[in-house]
Design a binder for this molecule. Structure first.
Ligand code: PGA
Length: 255
């Protein structure tokens, strides 16, 4: 069975709240009749409530860019998965490389976050993995991807129709304007699928997991990614800040 493709916009901390609402409105208008794939907006946390109101009667889903690994308690500055659910989020990005880099988030934390998120049974984790330029240059990529998955998914059970999204985002391709070669992305996605098959079983992996790509995707290069065998969707940063451009990417992805 062919899975529905998913396209996730990661607006990062690129916009003010007013700009965020403006962009959400442009998405709402542009995607009015879009039904072919699943569209998700991950805006910054303080904007989620207002964006949720704007997207209420649309097909666009809402996601957060981060979450904490406890449901409630004395954790100053953190955001609970229960709050994200109350706000109307369906997705949450976990372990983005910018958080690993600037905030020293590691895969032990990523693992705890995935566990808590799956426990809610209402949020879908978008788990980011990917190698640095140095790791790629020194031929460590395959090993790094497997290790990241093993750490991120240690002790995790996936039940029923729960979904886990693995976003392969080579760090060197993020925000640089240079995406990975599509054949290389396919190779990495195959490694990821094999590693997942080792951790779970093939039935669970094909039913419950999606593998998506992120890193300098734009309307000009997306075409060569869409027909790759192990490609269930995209995580888009820079190009998602323009509703027209993002719509073009979504159309090509789901054609
Ligand atoms: P980019 O970002 O599309 O701007 O490279 C992708 C991401 O960081 O998720």
């Amino acid at each position: 069975m062919k899975k529905q493709k998913i396209i996730i916009a990661n607006w990062k901390m690129s916009l003010t709240l007013i700009q965020t609402l403006g962009l959400a409105k442009r998405y709402r208008d542009k995607f009015k009749d879009f039904k072919l794939g699943e569209v998700v907006i991950c805006c910054s946390t303080p904007a989620i409530a207002d964006v949720a109101k704007l997207l209420k009667k649309t097909n666009i889903n809402l996601g957060a860019q981060n979450v904490f690994w406890e449901e409630i308690g004395p954790f100053t500055g953190e955001v609970s998965p229960l709050m994200l659910i109350e706000l109307g989020c369906r997705y949450v990005i976990i372990g983005h490389s910018e958080r690993r880099n600037h905030l020293f988030e590691n895969y032990e934390m990523v693992n705890k976050k995935i566990k808590t998120v799956l426990k809610t049974e209402k949020l879908i984790p978008v788990v980011c993995i990917g190698e640095s330029w140095q790791e790629r240059k020194t031929d460590k990529r395959d090993y790094i991807l497997v290790e990241q998955l093993q750490l991120a998914l240690a002790g995790i059970n996936v039940f029923g129709n729960q979904t886990v999204i693995i976003a392969y985002e080579p760090i060197w391709a993020i925000g640089t304007g240079t995406a990975i070669e599509p054949t290389e992305a396919e190779y990495a996605h195959k490694i990821i699928r094999l590693a997942l098959n080792d951790l779970f079983n093939t039935q669970i992996v094909s039913r419950n997991f999606k593998i998506i790509y992120g890193g300098s995707i734009a309307s000009g290069n997306v075409k060569s990614f869409v027909d790759l065998e192990n490609m269930d969707g995209l995580l888009v940063g820079g190009a998602s800040l323009d509703a027209v451009e993002f719509y073009k990417i979504a159309k090509i992805l789901t054609k």
